[in-house]
Write a protein that binds this ligand. Structure first.
Ligand code: SF4
Length: 97
C-alpha cells in the first residue's frame, strides 16, 4: 500500500475543501427552487402548497426550516427545495412549542 506523504495529504485536503465549498454553493443555489407537486417524493407524501388540513401547515411543522414569516421555506424532508408556508404533506408533525 502506498503511504500518503504530507504533501499528498495537503493536496488531497485542499481539493476536498474546494469540493466542499463548490458543493455548498451548488446546494445553496438549488435550495431556492420551490417544491413541485410533480416531484416524486412530493407526490408520495401528498404535498400540496395549500393545506386543507385544519391547523396543520408547513409553517407549524417540525420539519420546516428557515425564518418565521417567509412564504417559501426549506424543509428537512425535501432537501434543496422550498415548501410553501401554507402547504402540507403527510409527513407533517406539529412543531413543539
Ligand atoms: Fe411541510 Fe411536509 Fe415539510 Fe412538514 S414535512 S414542512 S408538512 S412539506
Amino acid at each position: 500500500m502506498k503511504s500518503v506523504n504530507r504533501r499528498d495529504f495537503l493536496k488531497l485536503s485542499g481539493s476536498t475543501v474546494i469540493g466542499l465549498t463548490l458543493g455548498s454553493v451548488a446546494l445553496h443555489a438549488k435550495a431556492q427552487e420551490q417544491l413541485s407537486v410533480e416531484d416524486p417524493t412530493a407526490k408520495a407524501l401528498n404535498y400540496t402548497p395549500a393545506s386543507t388540513v385544519e391547523g396543520a401547515q408547513c409553517a407549524n411543522c417540525m420539519y420546516v426550516q428557515g425564518d418565521e414569516g417567509e412564504q417559501h421555506r426549506p424543509c428537512n424532508i425535501f432537501p434543496n427545495k422550498l415548501v410553501n408556508a401554507e402547504g402540507w404533506c403527510s409527513a407533517w408533525v406539529k412543531k413543539p412549542s
